[in-house]
Design a protein around this ligand. Sequence first.
Ligand SMILES: [Fe+2]
Length: 294
Amino acid sequence: MSHYPVRMDVKPEVTAFFDEATNTISYIVKDPSSTACAIIDSVMDIDYAAGRITHDHADKMINFIKDNELKLEWIIETHVHADHLSAAPYIQDKLGGKIGIGQKIMVIQDTFGKIFNEGTDFQRDGSQFDALFEDGDTYQIGNMTAFAIYTPGHTPACMVHVMGDAAFAGDTLFMPDGGSARADFPGGDAGQLYDSIQKVLALPEQTRLFMCHDYGPNGRDIKWETTVGDEKKFNIHVGSGKTKEEFVKFRTERDAQLSVPKLIIPSLQVNMRAGHVPQDEDGNPVLKIPVNGL
Ligand SMILES: [Fe+2]
């Protein structure tokens, strides 16, 4: 990348919170020169069979921030997740901070607003979020500058967020032995995903890369941190110079065999509302299941 807009000598303190139920990794990222911090991709707990929502995972992060007397400035969503629910509003209510996502959230809201037959009170303009990022936008976490890279392919609204020498990959890449995320959701595109991954791999090689998910392939322990250099060399889907053509063929064939994520129906309804659970006409929280709609 010719114009790398953040200082790589700034090394944020990154603390990971692994959610066993969904194999998601949430992060608290602290500016090394102040008490400011950001949360990346929080998780709200759901017992879907029981229709019960709780906040144990989010409470762990909230307690960490309180115990360390940090100031939460941002609650970032790398994308609209289809496999877990965001706890962003719950955390914002307790600690403040701005909820940010990619500006293309509007595309997601339009697509799934139709699938879930949302009424006219469901705004499709991203207004549920406090900030909508475009490619290359920068923002501050205390004295540390962050920037967002537009990385569509897994979904149309995906972004990778770079903070000092750390980048949060969202669902572009997995660990080198995990490869890449699926590209078959509505608006997903394997060719676009390949191009987006190249943008991430164009970051300086020593950039620390933090994953949103890990499934411990081949029985290994869960891991979430690698580097751009290691992804370039070793990623099983895109590393060591794999071509776009090879990637698209492989990704398309693989995606055709994957089953639908268990939590896709509640996740989309909640996450396209910035983590708010939809309500019925009496104001009670309620989720829909469109039959044969997805
Ligand atoms: Fe995802």
